[in-house]
Design a protein around this ligand. Structure first.
Ligand code: SAM
Length: 267
């Protein structure tokens, strides 16, 4: 699948999902907890009144959050439907500083006259590209010295998926290890997804950036596609959250998880 065909399929899939995206997100306790963890991570680095470039912003849930904190957010996404939802949100919250642009993250060169203090990408949007260098090559020119980049990306090793081996689900358990990507199925559309190790991410950032931190997101708590888990097993979920909090900043769970939150700083 050529990357342009892949992006067409990605656009169709996420456009179909866009109308129900926010309601599904709000109803999912695991996703809500994960977003809180991502916000806490970013809050340790972001300076007041930062100018943020958001990649694969979706419907703008995080753009709204960061703009409500006093930052100014330029939110970008590939999908027609997501951009429509994002623009609705911008209209509803017109006092906040959010702008939008339909833009694929491998075409950031069109932003060349702008400079940002922070580049943010949440929840695996970047797993839709085969090579992260197609994105990182644009970053040095877009960032002030000392600016931060925080990306939330799916790595190859996810303890919850590997546990499927014990139930005989070998294909599912090992699917993230395919070098040429894995076919994802969303809303009747098929597109390729790619999984990146912390080492591959570091290599993509290269010498213009310093690696600052990696934190597991969903190392021990179940994956968000099991939204009933916290409702059916509230006490167990509480225990798993506590264990997760204790291990997610340390090896190996700062790189083995459903997603990892990685932060780099522009030299
Ligand atoms: C799982 S959603 C996450 C949306 C948002 N970051 C959030 O946390 O709610 C993934 C998003 O990545 C976007 N995406 C995928 N490939 C993209 C690309 N090449 N350029 C920009 N956005 C892309 C999709 O359109 C979709 O909105």
């Amino acid at each position: 699948m050529m990357s342009s065909e892949n992006f067409d399929a990605v656009n169709k899939a996420f456009s179909k999902q866009s109308g129900t995206f926010d309601a599904d997100d709000r109803a999912n306790i695991i996703l809500t907890d994960m977003r809180e963890q991502v916000y806490a991570h970013v809050n340790t680095f972001i300076k007041p009144k930062s100018v943020v470039l958001e990649l694969n912003a979706g419907t703008g849930i995080d753009a709204l959050h960061f703009a409500s904190q006093g930052h100014s957010v330029h939110a970008t996404d590939l999908s027609d439907g997501m951009i429509e939802q994002l623009n609705e949100k911008i209209k509803k919250h017109s006092s906040l500083s959010i702008s939008s642009q339909q833009l694929s993250y491998d075409s950031l060169d069109v932003l060349h006259k702008k400079k940002f203090d922070y580049v943010f990408s949440n929840f695996g949007g970047l797993n839709c590209i085969d090579d992260l260098r197609k994105v990182t090559k644009h970053l040095p020119g877009l960032l002030h010295a000392g600016a931060y980049v925080t990306w939330v990306i799916m790595p190859p090793v996810c303890p919850w998926e590997l546990a499927g081996i014990f139930k005989g689900r070998f294909r599912g358990a090992l699917r993230r290890f395919h070098r040429d990507g894995v076919m994802a199925h969303l809303e009747g559309e098929y597109f390729k997804t790619y999984y990146f190790s912390l080492q591959q991410i570091k290599e993509a950032f290269g010498n213009d950036f310093v690696f600052i931190k990696s934190e597991g997101l969903g190392a021990i708590i179940p994956q968000p596609h099991r939204p009933d888990f916290p409702v059916k097993h509230p006490s167990l979920y509480k225990v798993l959250r506590a264990v997760d909090k204790g291990v997610r900043n340390n090896m190996p769970f700062n790189r083995w998880a459903d997603h990892i939150i990685v932060t780099f700083q522009r030299k």
